[in-house]
Ligand binder design. Structure first.
Ligand SMILES: Nc1ncnc2c1ncn2[C@@H]1O[C@H](COP(=O)(O)OP(=O)(O)O)[C@@H](O)[C@H]1O
Ligand SMILES: [Mg+2]
Length: 256
């Protein structure tokens, strides 16, 4: 039976700075192993907040996040650390997510050192294997982030994210800073890795056309709520929600 890797139940998160924003307003969704769920919506719709609450970079006000059946919403300390072995994250700013003073290899090595029992030689071999798995030459491990192109840096960030062999990979606008042909290559890479590693992927993007080329299912967010979700093909070919219709019209240049 296909296992549910991520289950998000009625998540709520408000910000109360100068005014009140419901960044997540009762969000529920799930992703199964090997499945790619696209989360799409305009800027400010709550997508990054969703990623941050799932990865516990922020705490939810209400609701639950289950990872492989375990409720991780309120985990702390060592138990939270353990659950990070099961999640990988890739952000828009790949270069900025690396320590600029360290080589790419050292950054990946640190993750392996933290989360596995490998010795130094095994970690070096594994780093080289990971770099090759994402389409980079193994001697890239000696380079600094500034010595990589945007696309290469994103590949290196993916290598680091999958180094813990996560059950869930979260990509938040991971291809948004790249040009179109590089975007397509990274999307192909994510698709291949999801299949090979049987990973669940939450692929967050403002770009419906891109999401539709990659994802099995799509959840459309608007003002903190999921207004529509379903099979990618159905959501895109016959959207039911008014906002999805608008998003589709602008993504595919269709007149409404
Ligand atoms: N740390 C924060 N403090 C106050 N408001 C925030 C914070 N993070 C996000 N928001 C607000 O929450 C809403 C959702 O933001 P975000 O999740 O970043 O959206 P998206 O990733 O879809 O662009 C926005 O209105 C944003 O201004
Ligand atoms: Mg965002």
């Amino acid at each position: 039976m296909t296992q549910t890797i991520l289950k998000v139940n009625h998540l709520k998160k408000e910000f109360n700075d100068s005014y009140r924003v419901k960044a997540l307003d009762d969000v529920s969704l799930e992703v199964k192993e090997g499945e790619i769920l696209g989360v799409v919506g305009e800027s400010g719709s709550g997508k990054s907040t969703l990623a941050k609450v799932i990865t516990r970079l922020q705490n939810a006000d209400a609701g639950d996040v289950f990872l492989c059946g375990e409720n991780i919403t309120r985990l702390k300390g060592n138990t939270l650390r353990k659950c990070y072995r099961q999640m990988g994250m890739v952000f828009q700013d790949a270069s900025g997510s690396f320590d600029q003073r360290l080589s790419i290899g050292k950054s990946i090595d640190e993750v392996l050192e933290n989360f596995t029992d490998m010795n130094e030689k095994e970690r070096t071999e594994e780093t080289e294997r990971l770099l090759e798995a994402v389409g980079l030459k193994k001697d890239y491990r000696k380079r600094r982030p500034s010595q990589l192109s945007g696309g290469e840096c994103q590949r290196a960030a993916i290598a680091r994210a999958i180094s813990v062999k996560p059950k869930l990979l979260i990509c938040d606008e991971a291809t948004s800073a790249l040009d179109v042909s590089m975007q397509a290559q990274i999307v192909e890479l994510i698709k291949r890795l999801a299949e090979e590693m049987n990973m669940a992927v939450l692929f967050i993007s403002h770009d419906l056309a891109l999401v539709s080329s990659l994802c099995d299912r799509v959840a459309v967010m608007y003002h903190g709520s999921v207004v529509e979700q379903g099979e990618a093909y159905e959501v895109i070919s016959s959207p039911k929600n008014e906002y999805t219709k608008q998003l589709r019209a602008s993504a595919f240049c269709i007149e409404t």
